[in-house]
Design a binder for this molecule. Structure first.
Ligand SMILES: C[S@@+](CC[C@H](N)C(=O)[O-])C[C@H]1O[C@@H](n2cnc3c(N)ncnc32)[C@H](O)[C@@H]1O
Length: 385
């Protein structure tokens, strides 16, 4: 039976998510700020959980409708068939609740809504399972059930987090390195730049390796995630056989390490190189890794075209993005080397896009990263007849 779901992404990137959901066979996709609602069966949910490279979270909408006051909200939450969702178990069910309120004259604040929703779940499950409240935590599976409650204009939407953690936590990451990019954003950048998986790719400031690793997983058509357990595995509706069928689509491609000799990663910092190498091993991918300074970047193996994709140190105060400027200068001034290349870059919106002479710059998207407004630009050489 088709259910209603909501997939979340950084605001500004919703259109990319829509295309991805479409490719998974999701139906009735509607964009909202920061995500998209869609309809699908459990097969579609399992496919999105296993294969989505872009979504941060996938929620299952379990109730939606009017809730003009606290009593109506309690009744609405009580009516959800929690006993048919949550499997009985000895362990106390840890529930975390997150509330968003807007235009809600009848509710005093998020704390009040949280407590109503908690009491309604507790009451509804009282004969089957003890319930305790847990903090909302982005670490993996800290609670058994994460409930998102949205109240707006007398309407309530109650959603359950199907993964149990932010999905950009891929499982291959051991350590973060310096200002790492979220893997979901690295995948979004590759899609924004229309990177085709056989195009030569260089990340000359690779840090912990997020861009080359996401690119190699895309090239290997492998699932981006390496966890075997999600929140929905504990639900009564969990279908192991269907899950295995969807999960194995990724795993079958992940047998043995894949070497992508057209993907290059480098960094000036030897520790970043070591971290990238270890993340590549954990994700069962291999790319061409070397240590080097972006200011002396050259086209590897005399490749004549490809994509350079960078997430430079933002350097707002430290040195005002000196590396970024010098990379752009190198790209602009060595036309004989870079004429048929594209250069993609993410950087803070406080910085004006530097556009050295001879280059054309195009803004591809703007969104938030690490609480900072950023944009993604693509630079290429001005074509002369
Ligand atoms: C914002 S971090 C990149 C983070 C990376 N995308 C990740 O997800 O881990 C910027 C990287 O640029 C590197 N870097 C700084 N100056 C450099 C230079 N002159 N040449 C090459 N790499 C440089 C730093 O060592 C750091 O790893």
């Amino acid at each position: 039976m088709a259910q209603h779901y909501f997939a979340q992404i950084s605001p500004g990137l919703e259109a990319l998510l829509k295309n991805e959901l479409k490719s998974f066979g999701a139906r009735k996709i509607k964009l909202e700020e920061g995500g998209a609602t869609f309809q699908g069966t459990r097969k579609h949910l399992y496919r999105v959980l296993n294969q989505s490279r872009l979504a941060n979270l996938i929620y299952w909408t379990v109730s939606e409708g009017t809730a003009p006051n606290t009593h109506a909200l309690f009744e609405r939450v009580m009516k959800i068939s929690w006993k048919d969702i949550i499997a009985p178990a000895e362990e106390v069910l840890r529930v975390s609740i997150r509330v968003s309120l807007s235009r809600h004259p009848e509710f005093k604040g998020t704390g009040e809504v949280e407590s109503i929703v908690f009491r309604a779940i507790e009451r509804s499950l009282e004969s089957t399972r003890k319930v305790s409240s847990a903090l909302w935590n982005e670490e993996r599976m800290q609670s058994h059930l994460r409930v998102l409650v949205r109240i707006q204009d007398h309407r309530a939407t109650i959603r359950l987090d199907t993964a149990g953690c932010l999905m950009h936590k891929r499982g291959w990451r051991q350590q973060d390195g310096e200002a790492p990019l979220r893997p979901t954003l690295a995948a979004a950048m590759l899609k924004l730049l229309n990177w085709s998986t056989d195009e030569v790719l260089i990340d000359p400031m690779c840090g912990s390796g997020t861009i080359p690793i996401e690119a190699s997983l895309m090239a290997a058509q492998a699932s981006p995630r390496f966890w075997s357990r999600y929140a929905c595995h504990d639900w009564l509706s969990f279908d192991e056989e269907l899950w295995q069928a969807e999960a194995s689509k990724g795993i079958s491609d992940q047998q043995g390490t894949k070497f992508h000799n057209h993907i290059y990663a480098s960094d000036v910092n030897p520790e970043a190189i070591a971290l990238t190498q270890s993340h590549l091993t954990r994700s069962q991918q291999m790319v061409q890794v070397s240590q080097g300074d972006v200011r002396h970047l050259d086209a590897p193996n005399q490749h004549r075209c490809g994509l350079i994709l960078v997430n430079p140190p933002y350097g707002l105060r430290v040195n005002e993005g000196e590396e970024t400027k010098s990379l752009l200068r190198n790209f602009a001034e060595h036309k004989e080397r870079w004429e048929n290349w594209r250069l993609g870059m993410i950087y803070p919106r406080q910085l004006t896009p530097p556009a050295p002479q001879g280059l054309v710059g195009k803004e591809l998207a703007r969104f938030q990263h690490g609480g900072l407004p950023v944009w993604v630009w693509e630079f290429s050489h001005l074509k002369t007849e």
